[in-house]
Design a protein around this ligand. Structure first.
Ligand code: HEC
Length: 140
């Protein structure tokens, strides 16, 4: 073989090798993934993104404790004038992890006032849904 021929052969060999490798790894990456669960995921996300903040608040059970109009109940404080105390970022963090804010004076009072209830964490919820709720709470 001449030198150019060797180069061409080497190139071809490299291509074929890459091709085979690609096929081989593709097979590994394609497990028999449960299609219906994927579809379910998509559907539940679509479902919640169509909901208004008020609907999310009732879906997530906030109204069970805070009252149908978020006016406050014997179990939990009214959710009014929240923008006096919270920014968007901090309120979002609070909903995801209320425990982090327990040391603030306001929350010490809440604990005495509502000794049998605590604000549950919503860290497992879709961040976009929580963002929608936060925007709503800060403007009402
Ligand atoms: C099991 C009852 C319960 C549920 C459900 C609940 N909360 Fe609370 N929430 C409380 C209590 C009690 C407090 C007072 C703080 C504490 O004791 O943890 C509180 C405090 C808060 C505060 C702080 C109020 C302030 O003055 O800064 C916000 C905001 C809030 N909740 C929003 C929500 C939202 C939004 C939801 C739904 C995603 C929700 N809560 C669901 C019981 C609840």
């Amino acid at each position: 073989m001449t030198k150019p021929q060797i180069w061409v052969a080497a190139f071809l060999a490299a291509f074929i090798l890459l091709f085979i490798l690609q096929k081989a790894t593709k097979k590994e990456e394609a497990p028999t993934r449960d299609l219906s669960s994927q579809m379910n995921n998509q559907m539940s996300e679509e479902n919640t993104t169509e909901l208004t903040a008020a609907q999310l608040i009732s879906n997530f059970g906030c109204t069970n404790c805070h009252g149908g109009e978020l006016q406050g109940t014997q179990m939990a404080p009214a959710l009014i004038n929240l923008s006096e105390h919270w920014g968007k970022e901090t309120l979002l963090n609070y909903l995801r992890n209320p425990n982090d804010f327990m040391d603030e004076a306001r929350f010490k009072e809440y604990r005495e006032k509502y000794p049998n209830q605590i604000m549950p964490p919503y860290g497992n919820k879709n961040i976009k849904d929580l963002g929608k709720i936060v925007d709503y709470l800060l403007t009402k």
